[in-house]
Design a protein around this ligand. Structure first.
Ligand SMILES: [Zn+2]
Length: 170
């Protein structure tokens, strides 16, 4: 198996295979230092790009370093990730032809303000790199926030304003 990093149509750089990969094959390990979620939050608070992979219950993350950190997200991915005794493997879920880009579904969570818009180009693209559960959670949170918004915020909507005379013209 030969993996290479080169520019990708999905995003920046991507990981490609130079040889065919059979379904079920472990393609690459997601390597990198294990750090606490807290440390990762502090370290990357102002960083637009991170290569973090959440482990187990999410208290620890892998701070990606190696081939796997370049693998892009796709909503119709050819690989999936699995955690086996603290190690994360990227495994083929389809037969992958030589020259294809390696992808897996990021299923992002905990993205804060980031919209994590997806540009994978798949027919069934969900438009976001967040997991389906996270998309539902964020929608609920947005709805709740809208309901709790102060009334004066709603009143400021410009569409409701009619042009009126200024006081000194009356
Ligand atoms: Zn997508």
């Amino acid at each position: 198996m030969g993996l290479i990093i080169r520019s990708s149509a999905i995003h920046a750089a991507g990981c490609y295979t130079t040889t065919p990969i059979r379904k079920g094959t472990r393609v690459v390990e997601y390597t990198g230092r294990r750090i606490s979620k807290e440390l990762a939050d502090a370290r990357y608070e102002h960083s637009p790009i991170t290569y973090l992979f959440g482990l187990g219950d999410g208290t620890m993350v892998i701070d990606g370093h190696g081939m796997a950190m370049f693998i892009n997200h796709s909503c119709d991915a050819n690989c999936e990730t699995s955690e086996v005794r603290g190690r994360v493997w990227i495994t083929a879920i389809k037969n992958i032809p030589a020259g294809a880009e390696i992808t897996y579904d990021y299923c992002l969570y905990d993205g804060g303000e980031d919209e994590a818009i997806c540009n994978c180009g798949a027919k069934k693209c969900r438009g976001s790199m967040y997991s389906k559960e996270e998309i539902r959670r964020r929608k609920r949170a947005a709805k709740k926030a809208a309901l709790q918004a102060p009334k004066e915020h709603i009143k400021k909507h410009p569409a409701e304003r009619k042009p009126g005379k200024r006081a000194n013209e009356a």
